[in-house]
Design a protein around this ligand. Structure first.
Ligand SMILES: Nc1ccc(F)c(C(=O)c2c[nH]c3ncc(Cl)cc23)c1F
Ligand SMILES: [Fe+3]
Length: 291
């Protein structure tokens, strides 16, 4: 019987709104100077964007983007003809692998609000064929252990309910809503990097009962802790708990290219500009949704 050890909050960072893409407001969590090395995670943005803003045509290589819509509607289109329309609760797990060129744009004038997480890929997977795992809201696994506790399992497992999403880099990711006074205990696998991002409301987090409000990243201890407890202090308590197995390889990142060496980054830029090694057709492509 393994001992039950609570993980504690060892660092709390408030995200302030900043502009990115084309007129898009983002609360950047991971990816800021204060939150760089949370291997295997490269970036977490809480985005809030209205048309005509958005994220027009841009490439990715060497990692995965996980777009989870909280509310509003987003259009997605890539250079191979793959298109998508994401609504509140929908999930898009995109494995960019060797190369994706796409655009991500709000579908209408209403605010598009959601989270985009960037998960690194191990060297062996960085140049795999691109692929998508797209789950409409009703296909996202859900569990409600008691009244006032609603959990959506984006990846991994919570209270015995598993997500169908294949995670090449082992990842757990749950979306949690708690009414005031309700509590959960979420298992985070041993040696996984773990953190919480708060979206709204107030709660006590971790074994040390760290109190936090919205737009905070709470980094969790990784000293053998097996679970993280959370107790809500408000009815609108909403947060995500994310964990992942560190990859432990060198990271060389230049914008939307994340490889292991500078040489591979130069190669990525050349492939993108010349339309090679996964970026075939990129130089002539323009999305219809951003033009
Ligand atoms: N500057 C820059 C450079 C490279 C990018 F890939 C992006 C980008 O596409 C995003 C960065 N945060 C995001 N949040 C949500 C969504 Cl849907 C997209 C993004 C970007 F903005
Ligand atoms: Fe993108």
């Amino acid at each position: 019987m393994t001992a039950r050890i609570a993980r504690n909050v060892i660092k709390s960072v408030l995200s302030r709104p900043q502009m990115d893409g084309d007129g898009a407001k983002v609360y950047r969590s991971i990816g800021t100077p204060a939150l760089r090395n949370l291997d295997p995670f490269l970036m977490l943005d809480e985005f809030d964007v209205r048309a005509p803003g958005g994220f027009p045509d841009h490439p990715h290589r060497g990692f995965e983007t996980v777009t989870y819509m909280l509310d509003g509607e987003f259009l997605h289109e890539d250079f191979k003809g793959h298109k998508g329309h994401l609504k509140g609760g929908d999930l898009q797990w995109m494995t960019a692998g060797r190369g994706i060129l796409h655009a991500e744009i709000p579908a209408n004038k209403n605010p598009s609000h959601g989270l985009q997480l960037w998960v690194n890929l191990a060297a062996k997977d960085k140049m795999i064929e691109p692929s998508y795992q797209e789950l409409p809201s009703h296909d996202v696994a859900q569990v409600s252990p008691e009244e006032g506790v609603d959990i959506r399992v984006i990846a991994g497992e919570s209270y015995g309910v598993h997500s169908p999403v294949l995670t090449r880099t082992p990842t757990m990711y749950i979306d949690v809503k708690l009414k005031k006074g309700k509590a959960i205990e979420q298992v985070i696998p041993d040696n996984f990097t773990g953190f919480i991002y708060t979206i709204s409301g107030e709660a006590k987090f971790g074994g040390s009962n760290h109190i936090s409000e919205a737009h905070h990243t709470l980094v969790l201890s990784n000293n053998g802790g097996t679970f993280v407890p959370v107790e809500s202090l408000s009815d609108d308590c909403h947060f995500v708990i994310i964990g992942g197995k560190p990859i432990g390889e060198p990271i060389v990142q230049h914008g939307p290219f994340v490889m292991n060496t500078t040489k591979e980054i130069y190669q990525a830029f050349e492939d993108y500009q010349k339309g090679r090694n996964g970026f075939e057709g990129a130089s002539k492509w323009l999305s219809s949704i951003a033009h």
